[in-house]
Design a binder for this molecule. Structure first.
Ligand code: SF4
Ligand code: SF4
Length: 269
């Protein structure tokens, strides 16, 4: 494997998955493809069963919607896949906003904006408060509150139906990530990412660290969108315990000492 391919061995399949999903959604809308019909909140798969975003379904349920049992089962399937297996993998492998956020992170690094990284104007747990707020607003408004303002939905609608206001919203997120807060939307604000962090606490697949191989070069800190999860680096061996890790694999790709690997959950020691 050439070094470029090895350096991007997770990034390439992540982009393939993200772009393929967008293509099949567009294909469903423009050409009637039956692979995935719907959107990131709920999709009909091969016209035989549903997959649904459990956070969107939760908002609809607390808002008072009566949902088809097939959609609820679809949400439970997704809940089990991420909760038991993939952790917050939705953010780095599926969500199309990850492409925008990674691009902003790249621009920020290349333009030396990352020298401001130590002075973040907001706290990481803001997203959990927004998650709670979105559910409370859903209860009182009778609508799934976050779905109305979600850049994820706007990006999807923009690509499928043609960009309008959606493009402006996504561009604002990009500017926010470049000029205001590193990984600002996904790392501090998005309640959907917070939801997947919450349910992914006990997932099976984790990034594991081998302390004895670590030379503390700092490569992983430079690329990680959620650097706070790397607090065990050079201190303990075992799985990264913080479920805010998106399982993107960037740290594994850039670790020249092979101190980081994907693997099953392992206790810290
Ligand atoms: S944090 Fe939100 S917008 Fe970012 S990748 Fe995750 S779900 Fe998508
Ligand atoms: S620890 Fe590694 S896999 Fe987890 S978010 Fe950071 S770079 Fe991605």
């Amino acid at each position: 494997m050439s070094s470029l391919l090895r350096r991007n061995r997770f990034l390439i399949p992540r982009r393939i998955v993200q772009v393929s999903l967008l293509v099949v959604f567009v294909g469903a809308n423009l050409s009637g493809w039956k692979v995935l019909q719907g959107n990131y909140s709920a999709a009909h798969v091969f016209e035989s069963f549903y997959l649904a975003d459990p956070y969107a379904v939760l908002q609809m349920l607390v808002a008072g919607f009566i949902l088809n049992i097939d959609v609820i089962v679809g949400a439970v399937i997704i809940l089990l896949i991420y909760g038991l297996l993939l952790g917050r993998g939705f953010c780095s492998w599926v969500c199309p906003m990850n492409i925008v956020s990674d691009l902003a992170h790249y621009v920020r690094r290349k333009t030396q904006m990352n020298r401001l990284d130590e002075k973040m104007p907001i706290k990481r747990d803001t997203r959990y408060w927004i998650l709670v707020l979105s559910l409370v607003v859903s209860v009182f408004s009778g609508v799934a509150a976050f779905e109305f303002v979600s850049p994820v939905s706007m990006l999807h609608r923009g690509i499928v139906f043609g960009f309008g206001f959606g493009l402006a919203a996504v561009f604002m997120v990009f500017l926010f990530d470049v000029f205001v807060v590193r990984n600002g939307w996904c790392g501090y604000i998005c309640p959907l990412g917070a939801f997947y962090s919450f349910i992914g606490k006990f997932s099976f697949i984790k990034v594991n660290h081998a302390k004895e191989d670590c030379t503390m070069c700092g490569n992983c800190f430079a690329v990680c969108p959620e650097r706070q999860v790397l607090s065990i680096i050079d201190k303990q061996s075992g799985s990264i315990p913080n479920s805010e890790c998106t399982n993107c694999g960037r740290c594994v790709e850039v670790c020249d000492d092979d101190a980081l690997h994907f693997g099953k959950y392992t206790k810290l020691k």
